[in-house]
Design a protein around this ligand. Structure first.
Ligand SMILES: [Ca+2]
Length: 638
C-alpha cells in the first residue's frame, strides 16, 4: 500500500472517530420516538458521518444508501456490500424518559437507523393500547363508550384492568372456589359431522337456566384439539333435542373440517371427546372480571372484581398489532441496533375475529389444508403423508426482519394478544438477553421461517438465498412466564427453519403447551436447519392445557444440533387433554435427525422418539444426571 493511500485511510479513520456520540432525549407528549429517529437521520445526513469497516479497507456510509456518500479506496482488497458493514460505535442514542408512549403505528427502524441505541428504564412503556374511560354503573355491570382509534371503530379481543388481564365473557368460570383450573369445567362436544361442517354439543352449553346464546351476534367456539385449539366463529346454532348443532363462518369452517390433523376428538366412551368453551356473548358476562364488547353499539361492558374501582381504574384495550418493526432489505439490512430497558405492552391480534384461527401446530394457522387419499409415499424414509397444509404466521408485537445484530436487553414484553418478539426472515446475529415475557397470548419468542405461505408445510425448506434463514441468534437468560394464554397451542420459545441459533439459560414456566420447540417440516431431509443449541434451560409448569407435548420438542433434520444440560420438570395434568399419557420431558418428533440429546435432567425417563431420521444420539438423560448440571440450568444471575 502506498503512503498516499495510507494517509487517506488514516484521515478518514480520524474523521470517523472524532464524530461525537449524539443523544436524543424523548419524553411522552413532548417529542415522539419517531421524531427522535427522524432527527437522528437528519443529523446523520448533515454530518456525513462515515463508518469504517476495520477489516476490509472499505470506507462507506452504511446508514443511508446515497450513491455519492459511499466510496471505496481504489485497489483495496475488496468492496464489500453494505450487508457486511459494521459500525464501530453506537453514535446515536435515543433515551426515553419514563412514561407511556402510545403509538398509532409501529415504530420502524430502517437501514438508515443502523447503529442506534434506544434506551429506556423503569416506567418506560411503549404501548399499542387505548385507555377506556368514562365508566358508568349499569346494574351489576359498568359500561363505557369505546373511543374511535385512528378514526375507526375499535375492536379487540383482550382487556386489562389495572394491569391484570380481564376475561372475555365465556361459559367457563373465571375463578373456582377451590383454586382448581376453571377450564376443568369445560363441556365436551358430542359429535362431529365433517361433511356438513357441523359440531354437535350438549344443548345445555347453549341454552340453560342461566343463559341462552341462541340470539347472540358474534359468539365464538374455542375447541380443544389434541395439540392446538381452534377459534371458530359461530354462524348458526340449531337446537335438536338435547343437542345443539353449530356451524361456523368461513374461511375457518372449511379449513377446519378439511384438514385431518389436529382434529376434534370423539371417542366411543365419550370420555375423551374434545372440550370446548363459548365466548364473546353478552349473555355469558355473569362473573366479576368478565367483559363484553358490543362492537356495533361501541359499548364496553365489564363486571369489576371486588378490588377494582371503575372511576379510577386504568382500563387498557389493545389497538395496534405491531409496536416495533426492524425492517431492512436483504442487500441493505438494518445493522447493530440495540434496544435496552424498554417495556412493550398491549399489542392486539385481530385475525381470529376476522377469519377465525385453525392452527396446524405452534400457533401457525392454516390458510389452506386438506386430506390426501390415498396417502403419498415420501423419499428418505419418511412415513406416508396423508395431508397437505399451508400456514401463515401470527402477528407479533415486535418484528425483526432483514437485519443483523439487533439486540434486546433487559426489555419487558407483557400483555400481548399473540407473539411477543419475532425474528423472522433475513436475520443474522442478534441477542435476546435478560428480557422478561409475561402474559403473552401466543409464542413469547419466535425465530426463523416456518415456511413462506406458498410452501407446503411438510416439505423441507432450503432457500437458495441462505441469507433468508434466521442465523446465529442468541436467546439467553430470559424469563418467560404465562405465555400461550390465548392460543394454547403456541410455545414458550419456537424456532422454525433456523441455523446456528443458541437458546440457553432461559427459564420458562406456565405455558399452555411446549416449552421450547426447535425445527419444522416433519421430514428428515437436510435443509436450512443446522448447528442449533438448546442448553441449560429450565422449563417447568408446562402443558397447562395441551398434550402431545414436551418441555423441549424437535422436528426435522438439524445436523450438529445439541439439546443438552436442560432441566424439565413439573408438567401440568389437565383432565381434558386428548390422551393423558401422551406427554414427555423431551421429544424428538418426525424427521428429527443428527440431534444429540444429552445430560438433560428430568424427574423420569419419559421421552419420545417418533419417526426420527438418522444420527440422533441420546446419552445420559433422566433423574441421575449430576446435580451440578441440574443446578446450573436456568437464568444466570450476575
Ligand atoms: Ca361467564
Amino acid at each position: 500500500m502506498d503512503t498516499r493511500r495510507l494517509l487517506t485511510i488514516a484521515a478518514l479513520i480520524a474523521a470517523a472517530l472524532t464524530t461525537r456520540a449524539t443523544d436524543y432525549v424523548v419524553e411522552p407528549g413532548v417529542f415522539t420516538i419517531e421524531q427522535a429517529l427522524q432527527q437522528a437521520r437528519l443529523d446523520r445526513l448533515h454530518n456525513s458521518q462515515f463508518t469504517i469497516n476495520n477489516s476490509q479497507f472499505t470506507i462507506h456510509n452504511s446508514q443511508f444508501p446515497i450513491p455519492n456518500s459511499q466510496f471505496t479506496i481504489p485497489n483495496s482488497q475488496s468492496s464489500i456490500p453494505n450487508s457486511q458493514s459494521s459500525i464501530l460505535n453506537s453514535q446515536f442514542t435515543i433515551r426515553l424518559r419514563p412514561g407511556v408512549y402510545r403509538l398509532t403505528q409501529p415504530v420502524i427502524l430502517r437501514p438508515e437507523d443502523s447503529g442506534t441505541r434506544i434506551i429506556g428504564g423503569p416506567g418506560v412503556v411503549i404501548s399499542g393500547g387505548v385507555q377506556i374511560t368514562g365508566w358508568k354503573r349499569q346494574g351489576r355491570l359498568w359500561v363505557a363508550d369505546v373511543p374511535l382509534w385512528n378514526g375507526r371503530p375499535l375492536e379487540f379481543r383482550q382487556l386489562w384492568v389495572n394491569g391484570r388481564k380481564a376475561v372475555r365473557a365465556r361459559n367457563v368460570p373465571v375463578t373456582t372456589a377451590d383454586g382448581t383450573d376453571p377450564f376443568e369445567q369445560m363441556p365436551r362436544i358430542l359429535s362431529v359431522d365433517k361433511a356438513r361442517e357441523t359440531i354437535y354439543v350438549p344443548r345445555s352449553a347453549i341454552l340453560n337456566s342461566q343463559f341462552s346464546i341462541l340470539n347472540s351476534q358474534f359468539p365464538e367456539l374455542v375447541l380443544h384439539e389434541m395439540w392446538c385449539i381452534a377459534n371458530l366463529r359461530v354462524k348458526d346454532i340449531r337446537i335438536e333435542g338435547d343437542s345443539a348443532a353449530i356451524t361456523f363462518h368461513n374461511p375457518e369452517s372449511h379449513i377446519h373440517f378439511m384438514h385431518p390433523w389436529p382434529s376434534p376428538m370423539v371417542t366411543p366412551d365419550g370420555k375423551h371427546n374434545s372440550a370446548f368453551f363459548l365466548t364473546n356473548a353478552r349473555e355469558l358476562l355473569d362473573e366479576p372480571g368478565e367483559w363484553f364488547l358490543d362492537t356495533e353499539g361501541r359499548k364496553l361492558y365489564y363486571m369489576p372484581r371486588h378490588d377494582e374501582d371503575m372511576l379510577t381504574a386504568d382500563v387498557e384495550a389493545p389497538a395496534l398489532e405491531t409496536l416495533l418493526r426492524v425492517e431492512g432489505t436483504p442487500d441493505n439490512p438494518v445493522t447493530d441496533v440495540s434496544l435496552e430497558g424498554l417495556t412493550f405492552s398491549h399489542a392486539t391480534w385481530m385475525r381470529p375475529s376476522l377469519q377465525g384461527h385453525a392452527p396446524l401446530q405452534a400457533g401457525m394457522y392454516m390458510i389452506e389444508a386438506y386430506k390426501i387419499r390415498p396417502q403419498i409415499s415420501r423419499p428418505n424414509g419418511d412415513h406416508k403423508l396423508d395431508n397437505q397444509g399451508w400456514v401463515g404466521r401470527p402477528a407479533a408485537a415486535v418484528v425483526v426482519n432483514t437485519a443483523q445484530n439487533v439486540s434486546f436487553t433487559d426489555c419487558t414484553f407483557e400483555h400481548m394478544a399473540s407473539t411477543a418478539l419475532d425474528y423472522h426472515r433475513y436475520t443474522r446475529g442478534g441477542t435476546v438477553s435478560r428480557c422478561r415475557f409475561h402474559d403473552i397470548g401466543g409464542t413469547a419468542i419466535l425465530a426463523g421461517s416456518f415456511g413462506p405461505e406458498g410452501h407446503e408445510a411438510h416439505l423441507p425448506y432450503d432457500p437458495a438465498d441462505r441469507r433468508e434463514t434466521c442465523t446465529a441468534l442468541t436467546i439467553t437468560d430470559n424469563r418467560i412466564d404465562d405465555a400461550a394464554n390465548e392460543d394454547w397451542g403456541a410455545i414458550g420459545i419456537a424456532a422454525g427453519f433456523v441455523r446456528g441459533i443458541c437458546i440457553a439459560h432461559n427459564e420458562i414456566s406456565n405455558v399452555s403447551y411446549t416449552g421450547i420447540s426447535l425445527g419444522w417440516g416433519w421430514n428428515q431431509q437436510t435443509c436450512a436447519m443446522a448447528d442449533n443449541t438448546v442448553r441449560a434451560n429450565y422449563i417447568h409448569h408446562y402443558a397447562h392445557h395441551m398434550y402431545d407435548t414436551a418441555g423441549i420438542y424437535t422436528l426435522g433434520s438439524q445436523p450438529h444440533t445439541f439439546v443438552e444440560q436442560n432441566v424439565v420438570d413439573s408438567i401440568y395434568t389437565p383432565s381434558y387433554v386428548h390422551d393423558p399419557n401422551h406427554w414427555f420431558y423431551l421429544y424428538t418428533d418426525e424427521g428429527s435427525s443428527y440431534i444429540t440429546v444429552r445430560n438433560n435432567w428430568t424427574p423420569a425417563e419419559k421421552f419420545l422418539r417418533n419417526a426420527n431420521g438418522p444420527g440422533c444420539t441420546w446419552e445420559n438423560n433422566g433423574p441421575h444426571v449430576a446435580d451440578s448440571i441440574r443446578n446450573a440450568a436456568g437464568i444466570r444471575h450476575p
